[in-house]
Design a protein around this ligand. Structure first.
Ligand SMILES: [Zn+2]
Length: 67
């Protein structure tokens, strides 16, 4: 596993980058290549939300910052 020093990359950034490559709609299969997850921090968790531009389906993911 490569650790990239010096670019200020956090585990959250890496996770978001992973999500950004995974923008295929579960409902209609549309891949939103120009889209991005919108992150919202609430307390000890981060909620990611993406709205499919094709069918309007809303995909959400929640990440806990602490266990
Ligand atoms: Zn869709």
């Amino acid at each position: 596993m490569t650790v990239d020093h010096g670019r200020g990359t956090t585990p959250l950034d890496r996770l978001k980058a992973q999500y950004d490559r995974d923008l295929r709609c579960r409902e209609c299969g549309y891949v939103d290549t120009d889209g991005a997850w919108q992150a919202r921090t609430t307390g000890d968790r981060v909620s990611y939300r993406h709205v499919c531009p094709s069918c309007g389906a809303i995909e959400t993911r929640t990440l806990r910052l602490r266990d």
